[in-house]
Design a protein around this ligand. Structure first.
Ligand SMILES: NC(=O)c1ccc[n+]([C@@H]2O[C@H](COP(=O)([O-])OP(=O)(O)OC[C@H]3O[C@@H](n4cnc5c(N)ncnc54)[C@H](OP(=O)(O)O)[C@@H]3O)[C@@H](O)[C@H]2O)c1
Length: 246
């Protein structure tokens, strides 16, 4: 089996949820350097402490660096990659809360911002990252690209653009491999803004409708990112990891 022995993995959005789970699994797959970034210094510091503790407790030979980076800011993204130099794999899981609601009443000017973070942020990062031979990029969308819920029209448009970007990049950046993960419901900090009772009800209802009868843990989704990094024969693909939702 291949692993990430000695490799440098950059995870933008690595301070919580799916990105944090990718960071822990990359370390367990023997990555030598994990660089984790997100926009809040407090969240980055906190994640750094948890990952350092994992390295100590598991006796891993690796180190972790945390950096503050706002994916809305193209200049920050360019400076970030220029500072870190060469890397093996770039994972992007960052995403601000989606702008949802009945399409006719959505504030479209406000909603433009999510394209900055999620579409343009990914494009600028893919252009700036200095990936080594054999390297890859793994982006993130959601099940919405196949099965939008009412009120998700704009998110669906943005996610579809990022999904298509993946295939374009897989051609333009070849032989660097570019893939994208479309998770279904995942129990992460993303849902922390929903009050606890409502959150539990929502996730339970989602679980009941799924063939697998549970919503995903961040670790279950992280497996797909690890696969895309390790498997040298996957390129330009969207991996749907949604418990059978679609
Ligand atoms: N959880 C689900 O059910 C689910 C389902 C389908 C798709 N997804 C997608 O999967 C991705 C990861 O979700 P998650 O559940 O892991 O959410 P999460 O726990 O909230 O993680 C999101 C990460 O993105 C970072 N982030 C947010 N805005 C950023 C910005 N402007 N610049 C840089 N980093 C930023 C956050 O840190 P800071 O706050 O420090 O910036 C955090 O590290 C998201 O794109 C989400 O839309 C999630």
């Amino acid at each position: 089996m291949s692993d990430l022995n000695g490799q440098t993995i950059v995870i933008i959005g690595g301070s919580s949820g799916i990105g944090f789970a990718v960071a822990t699994q990359a370390l367990r797959s023997r990555a030598s350097h994990v660089i984790m970034a997100s926009s809040s210094s407090q969240k980055v510091d906190n994640a750094l402490k948890r990952l350092d503790a994992l390295i100590r407790q598991s006796g891993l030979i690796a180190h972790v660096t945390g950096k503050v980076l706002d994916m809305k800011d193209s200049n920050q993204i360019r400076a970030f990659f220029s500072e870190i130099g060469q890397l093996d794999h770039l994972v992007i899981t960052s995403g601000d809360p989606p702008i949802l609601g009945p399409f006719k009443t959505l504030d479209l000017d406000q909603a433009r911002g999510s394209f900055d973070t999620r579409f343009w942020g990914a494009a600028v990062a893919a252009q700036s990252a200095q990936l080594k031979k054999g390297g890859s990029i793994v982006l993130t969308v959601g099940t919405v690209i196949k099965k939008p819920e009412p009120g998700w029209a704009l998110v669906t448009g943005q996610a579809g653009a990022t999904d298509s970007l993946t295939r374009g990049l897989a051609v333009d950046l070849a032989p660097i491999r570019v893939n994208i993960i479309a998770p279904g419901y995942v129990n992460t900090e993303l849902w922390d803004t929903v009050p606890q009772d409502a959150r539990e009800k929502m996730l339970q209802e989602a679980a009941d409708k799924l063939p697998v009868k549970h919503v995903a843990s961040a670790d279950e989704i992280a497996e797909a990112y690890l696969f895309c990094m390790k498997c040298g024969f996957i390129a330009g693909e969207t991996l749907h990891v949604n418990g059978g939702q679609t």
